[in-house]
Design a protein around this ligand. Structure first.
Ligand code: CAA
Ligand code: NAD
Length: 295
């Protein structure tokens, strides 16, 4: 089987001059920061003003650290911040060339947001989704121009994780893949082009790992000790801490998609410990309470 390397796509298209991200949460805020700090202007749209302010605050904090380390000047920091345009509306989307949808991991919400977005951008604009697990082919079903759509899956924290999965849905065009690979490169990331299935490549590996961990906890293991063991094993953080970083809400929703896609391997009867924690309002680091408490 001969496949093109991601770098082959990069040569096919011009750099993206203006991007947009929908959702200013953990991932959307990270994408906005990364795009702006590497020179590409980006609209950051949310439905919640507080989320926009939080996204800007995080970007400002990360840029401030770079100024402290003398990697950039205060003037460069101001320029980079000026490249992020927070907005609650679709005004100024007409000349956006590539968008990254990063709203909650819910197929119905995403389908509605993507259809709405498609009506606001130019006919040749590329639309991507940062979904963790939902099949790109299924998300494309309600789109008028599914050829302009593919996956662009970043990892958390966006500014530190080099990999971006570019996911080819059944109808994604080579142009959409090429533009997305190019944009990932512009952001200083390492894109890989993967085929579509629930969870794509990384989360097909990661979510069964989380499932194994949850099973251990349900059999009485102390999550702190499991985390310590995995750190000694050489991983940067254990599964409990990583789930808190990801967000227990996102993890539950993503796990549901995986269970539907791979019932024989991932489906569980009844509620898991993760479901119970989520339903009791523990969302992880985003609300300071998950497996651990945060100050
Ligand atoms: N969020 C934001 N920033 C973080 C962070 C987090 N959760 N964890 C660490 N950082 C930042 C620190 O603030 C610090 O920032 P600066 O460089 O700007 O000062 C920097 O990372 C370095 O922190 P440390 O010195 O503590 O850690 P490190 O450099 O040794 O490693 C790391 C940091 C690369 C993030 C490492 O902890 C790591 O690899 N963690 C695993 C993360 C991971 O597996 N992510 C995937 C999540 S799953 C996913 O994304 C897919 C999905 O669809 C759900
Ligand atoms: P989050 O909860 O931090 O942020 C979601 C944001 O979307 C919120 O600010 C919310 O106000 C906003 N939103 C909701 N509906 C919207 C709409 N109609 N228009 C615009 N904004 C809207 O979630 P997150 O962790 O940033 O996850 C976002 C996406 O990225 C999900 O699909 C998730 O699976 C994926 N993802 C998450 C991670 C992770 O580790 N958290 C990693 C990779 C991919």
């Amino acid at each position: 089987l001969v496949k093109k390397k991601a770098s082959a796509y990069e040569k096919q298209v011009q750099p993206v001059k203006k991007a947009a991200v929908l959702g200013a949460g953990i991932m959307g805020g990270g994408v906005a920061y990364q795009s702006a700090s590497k020179g590409t202007p980006i609209m950051m749209k949310d439905i919640n003003e507080a989320a926009l302010q939080l996204g800007l605050k995080e970007a400002s904090k990360l840029l401030g650290k770079q100024v402290e380390r003398k990697k950039i000047t205060p003037a460069q920091m101001a320029e980079a911040l000026g490249r992020i345009r927070p907005t609650l509306s679709y005004g100024d989307f007409a000349d956006v060339e590539l968008t990254v949808e990063a709203v909650v991991e819910n197929p119905k919400v995403k389908a509605a947001v993507l259809a709405e977005l498609e009506d606001k951008v130019a006919e040749d604009a590329i639309i991507t989704s940062n979904t963790s697990t939902i099949s790109i082919t299924s998300l494309a079903q309600n789109l008028k121009r599914p050829e302009n759509f593919c996956g662009m899956h970043f990892f958390n924290p966006v500014h530190r994780m080099p990999l971006v999965e570019v996911i080819r849905g059944e109808k994604s065009s080579e142009k959409a893949i090429a533009a997305t690979v190019t944009y990932a490169k512009q952001m200083g990331k390492t894109p890989i082009v993967v085929n579509d299935c629930p969870g794509f490549l990384v989360n097909r590996v990661l979510f069964p790992y989380f499932g194994g961990f949850i099973g251990l906890v349900e059999h009485g293991a102390d999550f702190r000790r499991v985390d310590k063991v995995m750190e000694k094993f050489g991983w940067p953080m254990g599964p409990a801490y990583l789930l808190d970083v990801v967000g227990l809400d996102t993890a539950v929703h993503a796990n549901d998609v995986m269970a539907e896609g791979f019932p024989d391997r991932m489906k569980r009867d009844g509620k898991t410990v993760l479901n119970v924690m989520y339903e009791s309002g523990r969302l992880g680091q985003k609300n300071d309470t998950g497996f651990y408490k945060y100050e």
